[in-house]
Design a protein around this ligand. Sequence first.
Ligand code: ADP
Length: 270
Amino acid sequence: MKITAGIDVGSTATKAVIFDGSILGWSVIPTGWNPKEAGTRVFNEAMERAGITWEQVDKIIGTGYGRISLPFIDKKVTEITCHARGAKFLFPETRTVIDIGGQDSKVIAVDDDGAVADFVMNDKCAAGTGRFLQVMTGVLDITLEELGKLAAKEEPVPINAMCTVFAESEIIGLLAQGVSKEAIASGIIDTIAKKLLSLTARVPCISEITFSGGVASNPEICRILSRGLRVRFNVPNEPQVVGALGAAIIGQEIGGSNHTRRVLNETRDT
Ligand code: ADP
C-alpha cells in the first residue's frame, strides 16, 4: 500500500496521521491562531515519528474547519466523512459515531461501507463540547485529566445552568458555598453527558457506537455515556486522531498526480 497522510485542522487541536494500511505515526498539537502553520508542523511531526520524508507521501488529505488553509493538500474532505471512515476502520461493526470536539459535537449514522447515512450536529452552543470542559476546568484550576479523576470520587452536585457562561457563574457560586471540587467535577461530567445523550436522541444510535474526538479521551465521560446509551460502545486508544485517520484512508482511494510533490518542486524551482 502507498503512504498517505490525513491532516485534521480542528478549532482547538490539529492532528495528523501517516498511514499505509496501518498507522505509521501520528501527532496532535494545539491549532493556535495560525492553522496553516499548525497543519504544516503537525504533519512534519507525524512524519518524523513515522520515520518517513515528505517525498514518500503519495497523497495528503485535509479535513477539519481549517482544511482550506493548507496549500499543500491533494483533496479536502469534510470531518463528518472522515470520522465515519476512521471509526469504521478501527471498529468495522461501527454504525454510529459520536464525535465531541473542541467547539461542536456530532452524532453520525454510518452505513455498512462506512459512508455517512445521516448526522446531527451541535455547533451553536459550547455546552456539550470540549470548550465547556475547558472553561470549567479553568474555574476549578485543574487539568482535563484531573477532572475525570476527581469526578470519579464523589456523586455529582446538580449544575442547573445549560449555558456555559451561566454554568461558570454557578460553579463559582458552588465553590463559594464550600461544595467540594470532586462533587463539582462530577456535576460537570454529568452535565456534559446529559447534553450529549439529548443529541443522540435525534439520530437513532445503532450498535456499535464508536466515540471519537478529544473529549473521548476522558474515561469518566465515556463511562457515563456508555451507561446512558446501553449499547456496545467503542473507545479508540487515540480518539482525537480518528478524523485524521479517516482522511488518510480516503487518500488511499484517490489517484492522479501528486500535488505535494508538485508544490515541493515549484518551491525548489523558484
Ligand atoms: P477540534 O477538532 O474541534 O479541535 P478535538 O477533537 O481535537 O476538537 O478535541 C479538542 C477538545 O478535546 C478540547 O476542547 C479538550 O477540551 C478536549 N479534551 C482533550 N483531552 C481531554 C480529556 N482528557 N478530557 C476531556 N476533554 C479532553
